[in-house]
Design a protein around this ligand. Structure first.
Ligand SMILES: C[S@@+](CC[C@H](N)C(=O)[O-])C[C@H]1O[C@@H](n2cnc3c(N)ncnc32)[C@H](O)[C@@H]1O
Length: 266
């Protein structure tokens, strides 16, 4: 089934993305045409929907655009990150199990991994339920290129979009499930991104989020205050609850491991 996108330059126009773009084993190149004739390029299956070529506002975001970061991100950092940040023994495989147990993806569902980096969540969800249609979206082209490489190795089909979470290129009520790992701490306008997620989720849709809370330990606070200079934000659990409620979400499930929080919102 093709994927219908909302044109980033005019929210009344649609762009039809052929299903072949998600078959990552076969390079797909060319351009997509919005209804008014505006073209968007597709380079090796990655659809480029960012109009502004400068795709970062902060130092933390700039770091994600460095090709070497994308190369080492998942295997060197992400694999250990939850264990290191939480101070608990919690592997990437355990995180994947929690993601799948809580979200229970089903055939025919549309799924979005928002701020996907190398698309660990998107690959896990689509591999578990090949009858779903999963979109992995990020602003960083090197991250999406690495996501493609990993998905090809694992023979998982995904739509890969270079786009901005603050203005999602989808019509309202598109997705059954949105998953977002670590990205809320990094985006420049948290409330706007949460409102966009609420808009593109169907009324009974699920939103799985992993995010980092404010540390209560002095050393953690020092580290977080210096990373805030690079553009990262942290919240107490109460503050995050208010953020989610303010965007229209209900909180169905929460588990915290040190400063790492997992939540399922509806
Ligand atoms: C912490 S990483 C995400 C990790 C990934 N979700 C995972 O589970 O491994 C944050 C990602 O968000 C992306 N990002 C930051 N701001 C964004 C925005 N406005 N729109 C889309 N992606 C954004 C960055 O490029 C980066 O790849």
């Amino acid at each position: 089934m093709l994927l219908e996108l909302r044109a980033p330059h005019n929210e009344r126009l649609s762009i039809e993305l052929p299903v072949e773009a998600a078959h990552l084993g076969t390079p797909f190149n060319g351009s997509l045409c919005a209804e008014d004739g505006q073209l968007f390029s597709i380079d090796r299956n990655i659809v480029q929907l960012v109009e502004n070529k400068r795709t970062f506002d902060t130092l933390a975001q700039l770091y994600n655009h460095v090709p070497v970061t994308a190369q080492v991100y998942e295997d060197l950092w992400r694999r250990r990150s939850i264990g290191l940040l939480s101070g608990e023994d919690f592997s990437l495989e355990e995180e994947k199990k929690l993601l799948l147990d809580w979200t229970e993806p089903k055939g025919g569902e549309k799924i979005l991994d928002l701020g996907c980096s190398t698309a660990f969540y998107a690959r896990s969800l689509q591999d578990y339920e090949p009858g779903a249609q999963t979109v992995a979206l990020d602003l960083s082209l090197p991250m999406l290129q690495k996501a493609r490489e990993k998905a090809v190795e694992e023979e998982v089909d995904l739509f890969l979009l270079q786009a901005d979470a603050r203005q999602l290129p989808f019509f309202s009520d598109t997705f059954d499930l949105v998953a977002m790992g670590g990205t809320l701490n990094e985006v420049s306008n948290t409330a706007q991104v949460l409102t966009e997620i609420r808009r593109v989720l169907r009324p009974n849709g699920r939103f799985f989020i992993m995010y980092l809370l404010k540390s209560t330990h002095w050393l953690g606070r020092v580290a977080q205050e210096s990373s805030s200079l690079g553009g990262l934000h942290y919240w107490t659990y109460e503050e995050s609850k208010n953020l989610f409620k303010g965007a229209g979400f209900t909180i169905d499930r929460v588990e915290t491991k040190g400063i790492v929080a997992f939540a399922l919102l509806g």
